[in-house]
Design a protein around this ligand. Structure first.
Ligand SMILES: [Zn+2]
Length: 293
């Protein structure tokens, strides 16, 4: 972020702080606190790219979150959405893709602090030790996690989620390949981890990358929820199957701006249309599938 933009955002944040505080107070009273779900990709101090955050910025963000939010698992986040009432500032942490570098700093930090998180993995890249297509395109292939990493995370009680088999944009492929990518990755990761895989995250996760057919396949394949990545809030009582996530922006000012509920994002989230429906009972049954099963 350039200094001018940074200054503008800081000024805007400061000017809107009283409004945000009042809005937050009323949301608290009404039990209408959004359940926010963050996504990271890679935490590392070398080979920077738009989906990498430094270890220092990551540690700062976790510290900031711990002072302000209940940091909960994705299943608990979903339960709070399902319950229709949430009075606590709530955040769930997720990672996408499966970068080996996360094992150096980010994951040990979260495990040491006993903070829950969900790790979405592109199964074939991990199984075959192949760099991700978006890194290959940039001419900077970065190593994925190993199968042993995923097994160790799962054994440590971390929720492993599916992120397709090959990190493909699901809106661009033949419909007959969709099931293989979505439910095939669930199958791969269940074999790898020995545990149920309950959540799916769309690669790229913008509205343009998601179709009703993909949501239906995820629902029919047995997932308890499917995550997008275009930056929406989950208000309690709203669609509990489509879990909207916010990018964990490396700049603390923008990170704080989104997490203290940006009015524009909030309005956009309130008018969201559900892609597919799944009854609350069905979701609860899927959540009851223990991670250790
Ligand atoms: Zn991804």
């Amino acid at each position: 972020m350039n200094p001018g933009k940074q200054w503008l955002l800081n000024t805007y944040l400061l000017a809107t702080t009283p409004v945000r505080a009042v809005a937050s107070h009323y949301r608290h009273l009404r039990g209408a606190e959004p359940v926010q779900i963050l996504f990271y990709h890679r935490v590392a101090d070398y080979s920077p790219n738009p989906w990498t955050i430094s270890s220092e910025a990551f540690a700062q963000q976790i510290e900031w979150l711990q002072q302000r939010f209940d940091i909960v698992s994705l299943a608990e986040a979903q339960r709070r959405i399902l319950s229709g009432k949430n009075s606590r500032p709530t955040v769930a942490i997720t990672f996408d893709d499966g970068y080996a570098d996360n094992c150096d700093f980010a994951l040990p930090l979260l495990l040491d602090r006993e903070l829950p998180f969900t790790y979405f993995v592109t199964s074939k890249n991990v199984a075959n030790d192949l760099p991700f297509p978006h890194d290959v395109e940039r001419g900077e292939p970065l190593p994925p996690n190993s199968v042993a990493d995923i097994q160790a995370l799962s054994d440590a009680g971390i929720e492993i989620g599916a992120h397709t088999r090959t990190h493909v944009d699901l809106a661009t492929i033949e419909p007959r390949r969709l099931d293989d990518e979505i439910n095939g990755s669930k199958h791969d990761l269940e074999e790898m981890s020995g545990r149920a895989v309950r959540y799916f995250a769309f690669p790229f996760g913008q509205r343009v990358n998601m179709t009703p057919e993909s949501f239906e396949l995820a629902r029919d394949g047995g997932f308890a929820g499917a995550c997008s990545a275009y930056g929406g809030y989950n208000f309690p009582g709203r669609d509990p199957f489509h879990l909207k996530r916010i990018h964990a922006d490396p700049h603390l000012a923008r990170f704080a701006h989104w997490l203290s509920v940006d009015v524009m994002k909030s309005l956009a989230s309130s008018s969201e249309v559900a892609y597919v429906s799944l009854s609350h009972d069905a979701i609860r049954r899927r959540l009851a599938v223990a991670k250790g099963s």
